[in-house]
Design a protein around this ligand. Structure first.
Ligand SMILES: *[C@@H]1O[C@H](CO)[C@@H](O)[C@H](O)[C@H]1NC(C)=O
Ligand SMILES: *[C@@H]1O[C@H](CO)[C@@H](O)[C@H](O)[C@H]1NC(C)=O
Ligand SMILES: *[C@@H]1O[C@H](CO)[C@@H](O)[C@H](O)[C@H]1NC(C)=O
Ligand SMILES: [Mg+2]
Length: 257
């Protein structure tokens, strides 16, 4: 009975909003539910995902169990592709606006996993990030070299090359995975790059922010100008020499600091 009363009360207040001083609300709340007062499935997971993407929720280890289905639908449905398309379109428009003449030291930094190559086939079989990370299983997947390309990033990649902007891959994958990473990249159409930087063993125990900042600083010191940077993790984009503009791709499946 209570939810019904609440529903009615909300409705009455909403319809009288302008008369009783509620007109300054950004919008009047409407019930999200049917007569039973249940939440629409997925609404709270959407809030979780937004907080993750905006870096308000940080340091999380797994997707909340109740959001496994939500994240799965997001990743396998249209929305992930649509969201990625917006990012690529903005990055392309920015790159085109620069009037790069080519042949210079202008580079664009690309992360690899969930930016250039997709591990979605793996994650689809491992709870979309709701299962605890298992490095043995994940590395076995990487060594298969079967990760497909992210189509929207590939569109950006091709456009940058045609504009004369060089590409640098900067990945948290270890140096021991260089060969399989090169083969995989070439196999799915990322055939050329200025540098492919993998994580040297000297960085073991260091965060991705420290590792990637240090490597970007080295690039700038050797004369490269990082005009753009794209990644699925905030740790790809924070720290020193992030690039003139950064572009964050969606990734609600895992968090790397
Ligand atoms: C690039 O070229 C266009 C057309 O010539 C010009 O309108 C624009 O201001 C230029 N942008 C930059 C950043 O130089
Ligand atoms: C990772 O997966 C393997 C193979 O299923 C299993 O033997 C191992 O115990 C798992 N490791 C962890 C930390 O769960
Ligand atoms: C990038 O930023 C640097 C430092 O602010 C600036 O000097 C340079 O002109 C910028 N380059 C582009 C392509 O916007
Ligand atoms: Mg990544």
């Amino acid at each position: 009975m209570l939810p019904v009363l609440f529903f009615l009360a909300t409705f009455v207040v909403a319809s009288q909003g302008s008369e009783i001083g509620l007109s300054h609300q950004i919008h009047l709340l409407r019930p999200q539910s049917g007569s039973k007062g249940e939440r629409i499935p997925g609404v709270s997971c959407l809030s979780w995902r937004l907080a993750v993407e905006t870096h308000n929720i940080i340091g999380w280890t797994t997707v909340p169990k109740e959001c496994e289905g939500y994240v799965g639908h997001y990743m396998l449905g249209q929305q992930y592709r649509e969201d990625s398309k917006v990012v690529a379109n903005e990055a392309i428009a920015y790159a085109q606006s620069l009037n790069i003449t080519g042949g210079g030291k202008d580079v664009w930094v690309f992360d690899v996993d969930e930016t250039t190559l997709s591990n979605l086939p793996y994650y689809a079989e491992h709870g979309f990030g709701a299962e605890p990370y298992n490095s043995t299983l994940f590395n076995a997947w990487v060594l298969e070299g079967k990760a497909p390309a992210l189509p929207e990033t590939q569109r950006l990649y091709k456009e940058l090359l045609s504009l004369g902007i060089k590409v640098v891959f900067l990945t948290g994958r270890p140096e021991s995975q260089r060969e399989v990473t090169e083969t995989d990249l070439k196999h799915v159409g990322f055939h050329t790059w200025e540098k492919l930087i993998l994580k040297a063993s000297s960085y073991i125990g260091k965060t991705a922010v420290v590792y990637k900042s240090t490597e970007r600083t080295k690039l700038e010191k050797s004369g490269y100008k990082i005009i753009g940077n794209i990644g699925d993790q905030w740790s790809d984009l924070l720290g020193n020499h992030p690039g003139n503009r950064t572009f964050k791709l969606p990734d609600p499946m895992y968090y790397i600091s």
